[in-house]
Design a protein around this ligand. Sequence first.
Ligand SMILES: [Mg+2]
Length: 228
Amino acid sequence: MKHLLLWDIDGTLIASGGAGMRALQRALRDVFGIDGLLADIDFAGRTDMWIMREVFRKFALSATRENFERYFEGYVAALPAEMNNPQTRVLPGVREILRAATEHGGFAQGLLTGNMRRGAQLKLAHHGLWDHFAFGAFADDSEHRNELGPHAVRRALERHGVNFAADDVWIIGDTPHDIACGKIIGARTLAVATGGATLEQLREHSPTAAVQNLADTAAVLALLERRP
Ligand SMILES: [Mg+2]
């Protein structure tokens, strides 16, 4: 295996039609009895831990470990029903590029996501995509996305016995936060304009490459297997 692909989830692999936000609102009501709207919190590219901390700040809840755990349990309980909405979908070309990269044989594929692991599994399993990923880095590892890269690279080593050099690693995501977390470990970055930002906005952050979407499987695969 020559390359390590680390995929973001929301806005990159799938669109959830706001399911995550509504599940957090539902949990806010179920767990803390607060009827509140979270639309003013900028979720894109953030970790679940960071988002929950913002919610606690907004509603003056104390950020204790117990409150985090209760809130997260409420979120996980509410998420499956919210994933059943007509806007939830796999983004263009995603199934094809994941399959093509697996069949190619030269790519290891994992996740690098701001979701907690259980939330990531619920979202991806809903679309039959979870089994593509044997490992990943999640919000369980750190509240800050910029700290997730080393966890993902270490798990790739454990899983595949390959110590991927930084420039053999691709971080693939839809926000400037994904680009930043790739750059901080010296990885290459592929920005995809299917979620939180436009192609022009993403290019301002100088990713290695930027594409409108992943629909052209052959072109994306060729880009990913190019040597640095
Ligand atoms: Mg994203």
